[in-house]
Design a protein around this ligand. Structure first.
Ligand SMILES: CC(=O)[C@@H](O)[C@H](O)COP(=O)(O)O
Ligand SMILES: NCC(=O)COP(=O)(O)O
Length: 237
């Protein structure tokens, strides 16, 4: 069984568009857990354009499943994670102004930096995962950082799959095997969707957890639209 952690960034994007509290991010996270998700993921970015630091503090005491906080380990982020002590922190090397995460770590170049940050999280009982491209060298070097898990960055797979190229999954399967041999658990995420997740799950061994946000929230809009319009039409008769 692979665990599903739902990334709720986009719920916050919608809320922030009007400045009020609709949709209610905390209530939505609780409902997502009730509907069966096994984790909640957030990625507070430095400009707080979706999930805010306050959201992270508000979510932490009410969640009943695993809380996964993703981000670039700048001081502000590290302090937040140490305050909240989530089940898992996922380190992502994204620039401050990145539209979304767009690369995995160079685990050779940043080995010592990652080792130090991860050791601080470990001392506080927080599990670490690091975001990596499906590159065997990066996965092999990841083990030296002391990380518990890697998160395979799946954008390249999602793009290739959408273009009819199923071969892209092979690099992910190979990296997952390497990680497992080295004693690291394997997460995956970015642009996974109802369309591409089945094949990924079928082909990639040792898949412990996937975190899915952008597509899942969009799919939920589509799947809920007909029912919602029906409810309005009933009231407008
Ligand atoms: C780490 C990762 O893969 C991302 O998908 C991320 O958490 C999404 O962030 P945005 O919602 O800001 O695009
Ligand atoms: N770690 C990946 C994640 O949380 C969600 O990414 P996406 O589904 O929003 O692309």
């Amino acid at each position: 069984m692979t665990k599903l952690s739902v990334n709720i960034n986009k719920i916050a994007t919608l809320r922030n568009a009007r400045g009020g509290n609709i949709p209610d991010v905390v209530q939505m996270a609780k409902d997502i857990e009730t509907f069966g998700a096994e984790g909640i993921t957030v990625h507070p970015r430095p400009d707080e354009r979706h999930i805010t630091y306050q959201d992270v503090l508000d979510l932490s005491p009410v969640l009943t499943t695993e809380f996964n906080i993703e981000g670039n380990p700048i001081t502000k982020f590290v302090n937040l994670v140490l305050q909240v002590k989530p089940a898992q922190v996922t380190l992502v090397p994204d620039d401050e102004d990145a539209i979304t995460s767009n690369a995995g770590w160079d685990t050779i170049r940043y080995r010592d930096f990652l080792k130090e940050v991860i050791s601080g999280f470990k001392q506080n009982g927080i599990r670490s995962s690091i975001f990596v491209d499906p590159n065997p060298d990066m996965v092999k070097a990841a083990v030296e950082t002391g990380t518990d898990r890697i998160e395979l960055y799946t954008e390249a797979y999602a793009k290739a799959y959408a273009n009819g190229d199923k071969n892209a999954v092979k690099a992910y399967a190979e990296c997952a095997k390497i990680a497992d041999d080295l004693g690291m658990k394997v997460n995956a995420g970015h642009d996974l969707s109802l369309d591409n997740i089945g094949y990924f799950k079928e082909q990639v061994p040792h898949l412990e957890e996937v975190s899915i946000g952008h597509a899942l929230i969009s799919e939920a809009l589509y799947l809920g639209m007909e029912k919602t319009i029906g409810e309005y039409l009933k009231l407008l008769k």
